[in-house]
Write a protein that binds this ligand. Structure first.
Ligand code: AMP
Ligand code: ZN
Length: 486
């Protein structure tokens, strides 16, 4: 047995009953570390979720993919993973600082409904998107910030009682100078933190990096609650600290999120939690790099957004996006283009076709092999999904392995990558060709009619589409075509 086999070969180390080794890059140390859970066999993992004031773009789904790949990898080596993704449904200001406009209020005003209605609508859409990407949402809890106001107030109160907070007319602030390790995450230069927060100095904060724990209500605030500091609403960092403490405990194993959150949001979470609880907050911090388009981060404020519904509307299987994400390492920026997505879609289809052939040859029997060990080693080495995919492709095409060895590899790949490979009959695979050409043509003509305000023609084309068994909905980024269910 080679060194790879000794390190990664067995699912569990039977002599000591320990899971096989898994390595993750920890943003806290900046290096790759062996993962060791705090409690044997159990992992607690928290992911910062979306602010549900609008539909989530495909960049917002990348943190979900990272957390899913972590969970699949740890589950496969025998851990039980307890997972939480929070839903920010309380006014969270535009930008990282404490100033700006309340996103929930902006969303509610635009759609002329209450913040709660907006939140429920977009939370559902977000969870549906995760399901479509084969992220098992039944295993994840999705707490809403407004359900944890009491806990957020209690945490802020503890910080005030322990001398970590001070009061100004516009709210209760965390005093970062009282927390000596402030800003440790991500090797931050304090100068950049201070520069980012400089705009706030004038309001009487003691230090530019101090941040609000509880904000005094403004006259027209749609969301406000009673608190020891009067009517108001929570600052945007405290919900994560409070929900983690309530749902997963004071000390958790893994905390994930997009890389933009490390600098301010996650340093503030650490400061609040460690100051209040008096112990280490998170052992492994993991951050995904951005999804970009045209050289820039996909972001609502830049206007270069693509939604999963756009991908489906163009006739792609949502799992093409999953495959596309897996082609890059989570810590590498990934550039989205429709051509690249089409490439991923056709690679997935080819893979599924090969899997179908191997299914017949192997009669669904699997055998262990060196190549399976290599595949698992890649995944367990900081989730090296691009390498895992290339090992998969090379071995499936190779004559060096038996159909049974290949079938075993496909089972491992399905469990870790979340791509349907061994049970294709159960999963309808949508292909471009699944949507008849005349339906796609009618959709294009309807869009043209709508643009030129020819609503009679647009309505007629909609009826034609519906008569062909499809439904068209107008999403914020264009029409969405789905199969009609009677
Ligand atoms: P937000 O609703 O902006 O707070 O974002 C929700 C999550 O998506 C956070 O973890 C962000 O870091 C992440 N995120 C936002 N935009 C992108 C992007 N273009 N690529 C990858 N992750 C992103
Ligand atoms: Zn958070």
């Amino acid at each position: 047995m080679g060194w790879l086999a000794r390190m990664f070969g067995k699912q569990k180390d039977s002599t000591r009953n320990r899971p096989a080794p898994v390595f993750f890059t920890n943003t806290l140390s900046g290096s790759k570390e062996l993962f060791i859970s705090q409690r044997p066999g159990i992992v607690t993992m928290y992911t910062c979720g979306p602010t549900v004031y609008g539909q989530q773009h495909i960049g917002n789904l990348r943190p979900g993919m990272l957390a899913d790949t972590i969970a699949r990898t740890l589950t496969a080596v025998g851990y039980r993973v307890q997972r939480v993704i929070n839903i920010t449904d309380v006014g969270h200001l535009v930008g990282d600082g404490d100033g700006g406009e309340d996103k929930m209020a902006v969303g509610a005003r635009q759609e002329k409904v209450t913040p709660e209605t907006i939140a429920t609508r977009y939370m559902k859409m977000f969870i549906d998107n995760l399901d479509d990407l084969h992220i098992d949402t039944n295993d994840i809890r999705f707490p809403r910030a407004t359900e944890y106001i009491k806990e957020q107030i209690a945490l802020a109160k503890t910080l005030e009682e322990k001398g970590f907070a001070y009061y100004l007319p516009d709210g209760l602030y965390f005093d970062t100078q009282k927390f000596p390790n402030y800003g440790n995450l991500g090797g931050l230069a304090h100068a950049s933190l201070e520069a980012g927060a400089r705009v706030e100095v004038a309001r009487g904060k003691r230090h530019p990096t101090d941040f609000v724990l509880w904000r005094t209500a403004k006259l027209n605030d749609l969301q406000q609650w009673d608190s020891p500091w009067g009517r108001g609403n929570p600052g945007w960092h405290i919900e994560c600290s409070a929900m983690i403490r309530s749902l997963l405990g004071q000390e958790i194993d893994i905390h994930t999120g997009g890389e933009d959150l490390a600098q301010i949001h996650h340093n503030n979470e650490i400061a609040q939690s460690e100051a209040a609880n008096g112990r280490t907050f998170v052992h492994y911090w993991m951050h995904n790099a951005f999804l970009t388009m045209g050289g820039e981060k996909i972001s609502k404020s830049l206007g270069n957004v693509v939604y999963l519904s756009d991908i489906v509307a163009k006739g792609f299987n949502p799992l093409a996006l999953r495959y596309f994400f897996l082609q890059a390492h989570y810590r590498t920026p990934l550039s989205f283009s429709w051509d690249a997505l089409a490439g991923a879609a056709s690679a997935l289809e080819r893979l599924q076709k090969i899997a179908g052939d191997i299914e017949e040859e192997s009669k669904r029997k699997s055998a262990p092999s060196e190549v399976r060990i290599q595949f698992l080693a890649a995944i367990r080495d900081d989730l090296a999904t691009p390498q895992a995919l290339s090992i998969l492709w090379d071995s499936l095409k190779s004559e060096d392995y038996t159909p049974e060895e290949k079938w075993g590899l496909l089972e491992d790949a399905e469990a870790h990558l979340g791509l349907p490979l061994t049970n294709l009959a159960a999963v309808p695979v949508l292909k471009d060709t699944d949507i008849p050409k005349e339906v796609r043509d009618s959709l294009t003509l309807r869009e043209a009619a709508r643009t030129s305000k020819d609503f009679a023609a647009a309505d007629r084309l909609r009826s034609e589409i519906e008569n062909s068994g499809y439904r068209v909905d107008d999403g914020p980024n264009g029409p969405v075509l789905t199969k009609r269910t009677l």
